[in-house]
Design a protein around this ligand. Structure first.
Ligand SMILES: Cc1cc2nc3c(=O)[nH]c(=O)nc-3n(C[C@H](O)[C@H](O)[C@H](O)COP(=O)(O)O)c2cc1C
Length: 338
């Protein structure tokens, strides 16, 4: 029997299959971070295509924490109505829906208004501003903004929250010794570098009872950065804090070349799953039903996150269902085509 089309139960919520639409910035919000017609078509289309869980792109908890000036935002109550509409349309078409809460930190592009914040005043590259090192009050505000964003995500009706702690954005900048040169209680040893993420998880959990995922860059590649062993340790701590799943991505903390090949990040999901005993999501150059099925059969991950393949083919899950001889998942309106 196939695994890809077996439902997964997380904290009382059911995901109908193991196929997740990986969060992908669309750079299509309006100047104030609001949903546009692009999102109203883009996300529900993947629900029609049979995805089990759609995760909405990195959505900024602060205006100055956007990656680009066209990112979605969730820093104001005005954002709730637009997001609630996406939630309604996706759920009406049979998928569960999550949102990735994000703060870009020093990786906010130059045209993002406001002070760009980071643990330490080190720019990502010449293309970026030199960020301002957060003081303790600024850190407390970041934690509070993640919490308020979680409240708004609840009001909008999301099923899942994913905290973006990967790809060299603010939380990752605190976790990594490459970017965190602080000498206070938020920097130094792995324990102190973990403190911001820990406070954010605890603050979100005060206001959010649903499934909570965390995306990490489980390998930073640079020799002086964090490696998978450190992230197995962090995953154990996140499990203790009540996080439900680790979404195991990698890289982008500092400019560094990565050799990517099919399934290149799957061993990270597997090591965290085995080493920390927590559910994981595998992501990165997963493109075929057989490959996705094999990852699940080998117990390397619990969910399969698809990025670019779902941009190319929103109906991927429908074809995968046929290939794996799963019970029919074709919308009845499309049956005559299959
Ligand atoms: C257009 C685009 C936008 C992305 N935006 C995000 C994002 O908002 N948050 C995130 O965690 N990853 C983001 N990613 C990374 C994807 O979620 C995924 O991890 C990556 O593309 C590897 O998976 P794939 O080989 O299936 O595409 C983005 C990738 C693409 C191609």
């Amino acid at each position: 029997m196939n695994r890809l089309f077996q439902p997964l139960q997380v904290k009382g919520m059911q995901i109908k299959n193991r196929i997740v639409m990986s969060p992908m910035c669309q750079y299509s919000a309006d100047q104030d971070g609001r949903v546009t017609d692009w999102h109203r078509v883009h996300y529900p289309a993947r629900a029609v295509g049979g995805v089990g869980l759609v995760i909405v792109e990195a959505t900024a908890v602060q205006a100055n924490g956007r990656i680009s000036s066209r990112d979605l935002g969730i820093w104001h109550d005005d954002h709730i109505a637009g997001l609630a509409e996406i939630v309604r349309l996706v759920k009406a078409n049979g998928a569960a829906i999550g949102i990735q809460l994000a703060h870009a930190g020093r990786k906010a592009e130059k045209d993002v208004p406001g002070v760009h914040e980071a643990p330490s005043a080190i720019p990502f590259s010449d293309a970026y501003e030199t960020p301002t090192a957060l003081d303790l009050q600024g850190i407390a505000e970041v934690v509070s903004n993640f919490q308020q964003a979680a409240v708004r995500a609840g009001k909008a009706g999301f099923d899942v929250i994913e905290i973006h702690a990967a790809h060299g954005y603010l939380i990752n900048q605190f976790l990594s010794p490459l970017t965190n040169r602080r000498e206070d209680e938020y920097g130094g040893d792995p324990d102190k570098r973990f403190r911001l993420l820990k406070e954010i998880v605890l603050a979100v959990k005060e206001v959010w009872q649903g499934p909570l995922f965390v995306r990490v860059s489980a390998e930073e590649y640079h020799p002086d950065g964090n490696h998978i062993e450190q992230y197995v340790d962090y995953a154990k701590r996140l499990k203790e804090l009540g996080v439900d799943l680790i979404d195991a991505s990698s890289g982008a903390v500092v400019p560094y070349r990565i050799d990517a090949y099919p399934g290149y990040q799957v061993p990270l999901a597997e090591k965290i799953r085995q080493g920390a005993g927590i559910a994981t999501g595998a992501v990165g150059l997963i493109t075929t039903a057989a490959q996705a099925e094999e990852i699940l059969q080998k117990d390397q991950a619990d969910l399969i996150f698809l990025g670019r393949e779902l941009l190319r083919n929103p109906y991927w899950p429908l074809h995968a269902g046929r290939e794996l001889e799963a019970p029919d998942n074709i919308p009845q309106q499309y049956l005559r085509a299959f």
